[in-house]
Each structure stands twice: as structure tokens, then as C-alpha cells.
Write a protein that binds this ligand. Structure first.
Ligand code: ZN
Length: 237
């Protein structure tokens, strides 16, 4: 990561360093020259605290993760999320017909073909969601930048895609929601989906330094694109 890539988590201005290492072994956290607050207080925090703040969708926690860390697990997380989605679809198809009979277990192992099919459908839907969001932002920023050239950051596709994939981490919660199945499972799944969309919106807002309205509109368009692809897949499968 180049030095100038750091950002102040409070005011979003660029910073050259997060801390200064003095020769006598003393580390001192850097103070932002624009807002006069620590550039990134999270470098001293426990990862659990950072995760809790990210779960609460705090802008500062998102800036810390997306700009000031080398966290590069988005593709692994993407595969894990797709598996969670595929498992959810598969379990919905099986419905209440499951039993603990070993013969049934053998029957289920033959259904990997279905599992693969659902995984492919989930991949297509994720691609449609990301494509819809990026396409909308590309068009919207083109229009908005002509009116307010200095306020919005340029669209960096690689950074935005990383942010979108990382902010889908909430989908991992689908596993316990499905495994410990109970009457409230559909409600839990709906709440998880709302949480993931909220995280996506916050990630877009942080990356572009845009308004909440623009990020919500981008997520809504991504969702619309995803729904169209899901309907198309169901029609032709
Ligand atoms: Zn600052």
C-alpha cells in the first residue's frame, strides 16, 4: 500500500502515515492535519471491537477496513457467501422432508448436482447485483461530476468491487439461521438480507464519499438487476 493511500477515518482526507515510529521504540499515532483527530484510532483497537463497529455500520470502521488495512479476503469471502446462499436454496428445496435416516443422507449426497446448479444461480445473481451497482454508479457519477466536480471521488472499480464483496460478510450468518431452523428462520433470513444491503450501501458511501441517497439508489438498482436475473434463471431452469 502506497503511503498516500491512507485516509483519515474521521474526515476522509488523505494521510501519509497512520503512526510514527520514533527511533527509541516509541510509536505515536498520527494526528490528522485537517480535523486534528487521530488519523486511525482503530490501529490500537482489538479486532473484535473493529468487527462490532463494522456490524454497527460505523463509517469510521468501514474507512479503517477499506482504506487503511491490507485485508484481501474478498474472493474467499465471496466463495463462502455463495456456498451459504447455495445451502440456503438447497435446504429450502428439501423443505421439511429431511430426516436422520442414513439412507436419506446417501440420497442427499447425490444431489450435489442441484447444489452446483444453485451455486451457479447465486453466482449469476451476485454478478448481476455488482454489475447493476457499478453500472448505475458509473452513469450517475458521470452526470453528478459535471455539476459538482470536486465533491465526489472518481469511480475506482477495483476498490468498489472489493468493498462490495467485503461488505457481504453478513451472509455468513445464513448458516446458523438455516442450521438451527425454527419458526423465525424466514424472518432471520430477511433481516440478514437487509443487514447485507445496509452494509453494501455504507461501503459504497465510504468509497465514493457520496450521499446516502446515491448509495441507497445504487443498491436498489443492484437488487433490481439481481431479481431480474433470478427470475430469468428460474424461468429457463
Ligand atoms: Zn481528519
Amino acid at each position: 500500500m502506497a503511503k498516500e493511500d491512507f485516509r483519515c477515518i474521521e474526515c476522509n482526507e488523505k494521510a501519509t502515515e497512520l503512526h510514527r515510529d520514533y527511533s527509541n521504540g516509541i510509536l505515536k499515532i498520527t494526528i490528522c492535519e485537517f480535523c486534528h483527530k487521530p488519523v486511525d484510532k482503530y490501529i490500537e483497537y482489538d479486532p473484535v471491537i473493529i468487527l462490532i463497529d463494522a456490524l454497527l455500520c460505523k463509517t469510521q470502521a468501514f474507512r479503517h477496513i477499506l482504506f487503511n488495512t491490507h485485508l484481501n479476503v474478498q474472493w474467499k469471502l465471496c466463495v463462502l457467501c455463495l456456498l451459504c446462499e447455495a445451502y440456503l436454496r438447497w435446504s429450502r428445496l428439501q423443505g421439511s422432508g429431511r430426516s436422520s435416516d442414513p439412507a436419506d443422507f446417501i440420497r442427499y449426497t447425490r444431489e450435489w448436482e442441484f447444489y452446483g446448479m444453485f451455486g451457479t444461480a447465486a453466482l449469476a445473481e451476485l454478478a448481476a447485483f455488482c454489475g447493476g451497482v457499478l453500472g448505475f454508479l458509473w452513469a450517475a457519477l458521470g452526470v453528478l461530476r459535471r455539476r459538482r466536480p470536486l465533491e465526489l471521488r472518481p469511480l475506482e472499480l477495483r476498490l468498489l468491487l472489493r468493498a462490495l464483496l467485503l461488505s457481504c460478510y453478513g451472509k455468513v450468518l445464513l448458516i446458523p439461521a438455516v442450521i438451527w431452523e425454527h419458526d423465525f428462520s424466514p424472518l432471520c433470513v430477511a433481516l440478514i438480507e437487509v443487514f447485507v444491503l445496509t452494509s453494501n450501501s455504507q461501503a459504497i458511501r465510504v468509497i465514493l464519499n457520496s450521499s446516502r441517497r446515491l448509495s441507497l439508489a445504487a443498491v436498489a438498482l443492484g437488487l433490481l438487476s439481481e431479481s431480474c436475473v433470478a427470475r430469468f434463471c428460474r424461468t429457463f431452469s
